[in-house]
Ligand binder design. Structure first.
Ligand code: AMP
Ligand code: ZN
Length: 447
């Protein structure tokens, strides 16, 4: 059974599902631009989580949201709206921007062979539910109105800040003088924002007789409430979500239903690139398309991600991506070998699953795969666990190609090296290498 590090308790715990279907919610992307490789790491690790749960015999219902309502660039309800920014940049409407980048995100998602969530939930499809939640929070005495919008009074939720171990007194002391005007507590946040006359904000809905839009955290609490029902089993996100986004989701869920939002919380760490933060100004916000231009497939990148642990700080370099690519080719060639000889495993696949079931320790699982011999049947299981498209991308070669290999062997016996080289080159042009070993000729994939 699975063991996972639960951010809520700061401990590794035995995972015990609430019912026979594990309910999972994954905070998804804000769809205003292409995802960079840092954004994509989370979905790769949570794909491993889902696959490990399934291989442990559990059923999964997972919801992944798409934030197509612009929220403000900073967590503190200030700054520029990301979707408005995308629209201005490209001379399109916010709705066109959202549609376009949802498709782009899904294209990346599928190219990484990630398990389809049971539901993709678009934030704009839940506005009426958001408003019902705001009403409920108000009815339960958790909100107050300011010039700016409807705010959550965090002093009303006794456990506010426990999840992130926030030092609320310290926060208060460190707050800027005159911080957002009418807020009662420094940690209070908007659940609904008003749009004032003359303010530009294309996405707007009517509430209390005036236009406005939801605060960022609300969509997740609302979608979970409606589609899964709290408490869910597992909530996932990036480490940056702990102090504000998830803290506020928990507070909102409590104000609406009085319930805990999720039993287990998993957070993945950030990657750096060449030791630097990912940032536009450094020009290191690579997309999968940019990796592909440099000769790396999405699955090479997935291999790179899974070769490190989700809680570790990872440093991406093209050198380490090259190593991941070679490892993937090496695994595929072990599968190619299984097509040629009857190979038996000298280890049990259950040992790999056990490694990965121990807080998603993919690097140790990978090392075990490298250091053992596996049958074709076990490679299929390895593929089910990691989703690397190993089997499909390593088909057996055709009969014509086998005939060519035999013809080359007899040419070599007859010392007809011209013909033997010609056949080798022909096979190479089809992506197949031939290697002469003590046991005879073996074919492999060149790339
Ligand atoms: P952004 O669009 O930059 O706000 O990123 C959206 C989400 O992607 C963040 O909330 C993080 O959880 C995740 N993310 C951003 N940068 C990285 C990174 N360098 N490594 C891992 N995850 C990241
Ligand atoms: Zn969320």
């Amino acid at each position: 059974m699975l063991k996972i590090y639960n951010t809520a308790t700061r401990k590794i715990e035995n995972f015990k599902p609430i019912s026979d279907v594990v309910k999972i919610y994954t905070c998804g992307p804000t769809v205003y631009n292409y995802a960079h490789i840092g954004n994509l790491t989370a979905y790769i690790y949570w794909d491993l989580l889902v696959r490990a749960l399934k291989l442990n015999g559990l059923k999964v219902k997972r919801v992944l949201n798409l934030t197509d309502v612009g929220h403000l660039a900073s967590d503190a309800d200030e700054g520029e709206d990301k979707l408005e920014k995308g629209a201005a940049r490209e001379g399109k409407s916010v709705y066109e921007i959202a549609d376009y980048y949802i498709e782009a995100f899904k294209k990346d998602y599928y190219s990484l062979c990630l398990t389809e969530p049971e539901l993709w939930a678009r934030a704009t499809d839940y506005i009426a539910d958001d408003l019902a939640a705001v009403d409920k929070m108000t009815e339960n005495g958790f909100t107050y109105e300011t010039f700016d919008g409807i705010y959550y009074d965090t002093s009303k939720f006794e456990k506010y800040g426990d999840f992130a171990r926030l030092d609320l007194a310290g926060l208060k002391a460190g707050a800027r003088v005159g911080f957002s005007d009418e807020k009662r507590n420094v940690s209070d946040f908007a659940v609904w924002k008003f749009i004032h006359p003359g303010e530009k904000h294309a996405m707007r809905w009517d509430y209390l007789g005036r236009p406005g839009y939801p605060g960022w955290h609300l969509e997740c609490a609302t979608i979970i409430h409606k589609e899964l029902g709290e408490p869910i089993d597992i909530h996932t996100g990036g480490v940056d979500h702990i102090p504000i986004h998830h803290t506020n989701e928990i507070a909102e869920a409590f104000a609406v239903s009085g319930k805990e939002l999720s039993r287990y919380w998993l957070h993945c760490n950030f990657i750096t690139i060449d030791g630097e933060k990912i940032s536009k100004s450094l020009g290191n916000t690579y997309t999968l398309a940019e990796l592909s231009e440099r000769g790396f497939s999405p699955l090479d990148y997935k291999m790179w991600v899974l070769s490190g642990h989700y809680q570790g700080t990872r440093n991406f370099t093209f050198e380490s991506l090259e190593a991941a690519k070679s490892r993937l080719l090496n695994w595929r060639n072990k599968i190619a070998y299984c097509h040629q000889c009857d190979i038996e495993s000298d280890r049990d696949f259950a040992d790999v699953l056990e490694k990965v079931s121990n807080n998603l320790n993919s690097p140790e699982g990978f090392a075990m795969i490298d250091n053992a011999t596996w049958s074709l049947e076990d490679w299929q299981k390895i593929d089910d666990l990691f989703g690397l498209d190993l089997i499909k991308s390593t088909p057996n070669i055709s009969e014509e190609q086998y005939d060519l290999i035999h013809e080359r062997e007899s040419a070599r016996t007859k010392k007809d090296f011209a013909r033997s080289d010609e056949i080798r080159d022909l096979l190479a042009s089809q992506g197949i290498a031939v290697r002469d070993t003590a046991d005879g000729t073996v074919w492999e994939y060149l790339k």
